[in-house]
Design a protein around this ligand. Structure first.
Ligand SMILES: Cc1cc2nc3c(=O)[nH]c(=O)nc-3n(C[C@H](O)[C@H](O)[C@H](O)COP(=O)(O)OP(=O)(O)OC[C@H]3O[C@@H](n4cnc5c(N)ncnc54)[C@H](O)[C@@H]3O)c2cc1C
Ligand SMILES: NC(=O)c1ccc[n+]([C@@H]2O[C@H](COP(=O)([O-])OP(=O)(O)OC[C@H]3O[C@@H](n4cnc5c(N)ncnc54)[C@H](OP(=O)(O)O)[C@@H]3O)[C@@H](O)[C@H]2O)c1
Length: 269
């Protein structure tokens, strides 16, 4: 198969700290193809030629022409100008250390076939939505919020679980959004923040925020399986743990064969 050409350009890069970045990319030959909020794009870059990747047998692996990985789109579904991504550096990873060397105007490959089922397609209008993200798992929810409005849902709460408060990407934007929209609550939570830091929001892993009383006081609505759909994105262990808790509370997993389920998830690894 011929190597695809680097068909896009990084047009804006914002580093939130040394390991988190938001970047925007444009296709060189036309607008962003249509996609649904919640979907992801494959991004590819030539591998680091100085890096030796060992296979399962312990021998050096043949490097692909492009290292490709999936990234949820953070920009709105109707933004045909560019795609926005929220990415964390996995220091021993194959792609992200190469991605971190990109500068504005650097070329990259983005698959024009945008994919994924982590969308609102099977959610009826007028439901309560709970979006739960760890780390950069926030991205698909940003796309949903930037695309749809209150006609699409009744109430929305986002829980964003991170290690330390500098990892709360988009915090200012989401706090402002909550001030402007009474149907929306933003609930950050940190797990490794120093006790003496000025951060004064919730602390603890996501499941601690989901006990019925705590959740209702934070979100402004009860978590009722008859009224709500829950979307989980990011760390696979978080998804497994929260899903087990929700199933005990009467929720059921959504899948292609069970489209009426109300737990939706996207595992990042
Ligand atoms: C549908 C989908 C959407 C995704 N969207 C995003 C996104 O919007 N932003 C984003 O930052 N990442 C996202 N990811 C993860 C992304 O595809 C890569 O896996 C990640 O960037 C690491 O790539 P790498 O080549 O640097 O590391 P790899 O060489 O692929 O990874 C090395 C190891 O690190 C672990 N790992 C991989 N990703 C993570 C992670 N994010 N956190 C902790 N450990 C990890 C895994 O155990 C993996 O085996 C998504 C993954 C999927 C499946
Ligand atoms: N964040 C960083 O400081 C940092 C810096 C450089 C590189 N990285 C790289 O980026 C990767 C991703 O880091 P990340 O911080 O975005 O993601 P992460 O390790 O998944 O942590 C994000 C949040 O998820 C929580 N979590 C983990 N397991 C959970 C579970 N079973 N249930 C509920 N919550 C759970 C974590 O809590 P706990 O804190 O309790 O685990 C943390 O609050 C790392 O593996 C590393 O390779 C991270």
């Amino acid at each position: 198969m011929p190597t695809p050409e680097l068909n896009a350009t990084l047009v804006k890069r914002e580093d939130l700290n040394e390991y988190l970045m938001v970047f925007k990319a444009r296709f060189s030959d036309g607008p962003v193809p249509e996609f649904k909020p919640g979907q992801f794009a494959m991004i590819g870059l030539p591998p680091d030629p100085n890096r030796v990747i060992l296979g399962k047998d312990g021998k050096p692996k043949k490097q692909p022409a492009l290292v490709r990985r999936a990234y949820s789109i953070a920009s709105a579904g109707n933004n045909a100008d560019h795609l926005e991504f929220f990415v964390i550096l996995v220091e021993d990873g194959e792609l992200t250390p190469v991605m971190w060397k990109l500068q504005e105007n650097s070329p990259l490959w983005i698959d024009k076939k945008i994919r994924g089922d982590f969308t609102l397609d099977d959610v009826p209008e007028g439901k309560d939505l709970l979006f739960i993200a760890t780390g950069t798992g926030l991205a698909p929810f940003l796309s949903m919020l930037r695309t749809f409005g209150p006609h699409r849902w009744r109430r929305v709460a986002i829980i964003h679980g991170v290690r330390v408060s500098p990892d709360l990407g988009y915090r200012t934007m989401l706090e402002q959004f909550a001030k402007e929209n009474p149907w929306f609550r933003y609930i950050p939570s940190v797990t490794r923040e120093p006790e003496d830091s000025p951060y004064d929001g919730p602390r603890g892993r996501v499941p601690l925020l989901l006990t019925p009383d705590r959740f209702e006081s934070l979100a402004g609505f009860p978590l009722d399986p008859n009224d709500a759909h829950v979307f989980l994105c990011g760390n696979p262990a978080m998804i497994t743990d929260v899903e087990a808790d929700l199933v005990k509370r009467g929720f059921s997993p959504h899948s292609r064969s069970k489209p009426d389920g109300n737990i939706h998830y996207e595992r990042y690894w």
